[in-house]
Design a protein around this ligand. Sequence first.
Ligand code: PLP
Length: 408
Amino acid sequence: MHVTRQPGRSYLQLPGPTNVPAEVLAALAAPTLDHRGERFAAIVQSVLTDLAPLLGTRPGQVALYASSGTGGWEAALANSIAPGATVLAPVAGFFSSRWAKLAERLGYEVLAPECDWRRAVSADVIADALASDTSGEVAAVLVVHNETSTAVTTDIKAIRAALDRLGHPALLFVDAVSSAATRPVCHDEWGVDVTVTASQKGFMLPPGLAIMAVSEKAIAAGWAAGVVAGYWDWAPVLAAVESGSFPSTPASNMIVALRVALDRIWDEGPGAVFARHARHARAAQAAAEAWGLEQVATNPPERSVALTALLLPDGANELSLRRYLEATYDLTLGGGLGQLTGRCLRVGHLGDLDDLTLIAVLAGLEMGLPAAGLAVERGGVEAAMAQLDTRTPTPLTLAPPCDSAPTL
Ligand code: PLP
């Protein structure tokens, strides 16, 4: 298919993959290094050192794989629990449902209580499901931190507290694919056993790296269960913190580019990065309110800082709207997934994003919605600009960061 190139820039505002900054792209294009050489080893070790605090853990607990986030999901399961074991995977969106289905395909017994897709996963759902499990059959609980299909963020601390209240020994696996590097992720402090994320969202890289944090408890559980994880075996991957090299050929250009992306995050300061995401989310949400469009996430404190999911009124054609925005403004937004297919527009505002780009994206929407036949109120851009006015800094609504994560 021939795609006509438009003048000006492209606006890739999916909730991942996100825009890749020019210097990160340049790093990807640098000559490939010897992946067993000293130069690459030093880069790996410094990447692990600077990555770990963004996941709320120590460098020796971080594993990198050449894979997308789905590989991280599989790695979590394959390394720590034996097929046939039971996992609890509440379904509150497309991605939590995909994780549950993956576990099923891998031979696990999956308890998948269906939750409200417009709300965070409630700690009560976990408590109810585990209360009768007095023999500790459930080996792991799988929760998505930021459900990218609905723009709802779940309070992982509350889930941990529910497990602790019951004294249940299940491992806690958290999908932080679209939350890491947009808000605090506190692997150690929240008592998470496996945190899974990926390169193509908050970390501003193309797809291709799965990033994980792993607890001692998860490693010990894998030993006890006698699992054989093959490619995903995390023991030799975690050893990269000492050796700087991997058991198989790593995605070395991606790791070199991750070094550059981490430089950007640490130069801006993780606290400032989180505050920027929160600010942009407030601006996008203010625009939605002014347009009179409902958001998928019904409870404001649970709304994502990484993206805003707009619920389209009955009769709106999501696909033709997205096609119109792409053809007219070279603006690419995410569509609805799973039960929200055809009913939702997802505006990514994570990764490398500045105020003016966000305003341009919202302006594209404000012009595009009526042009595509959706009668919305004007004033969304105005409302967003008011939120972004640097003379009146908006207070942060984020929960306090974890002790082990960089402070806001
Ligand atoms: N989990 C979440 C929350 C996601 O948003 C995604 C992808 O968008 C995934 C998991 C799957 O990751 P990947 O597509 O990188 O395999």
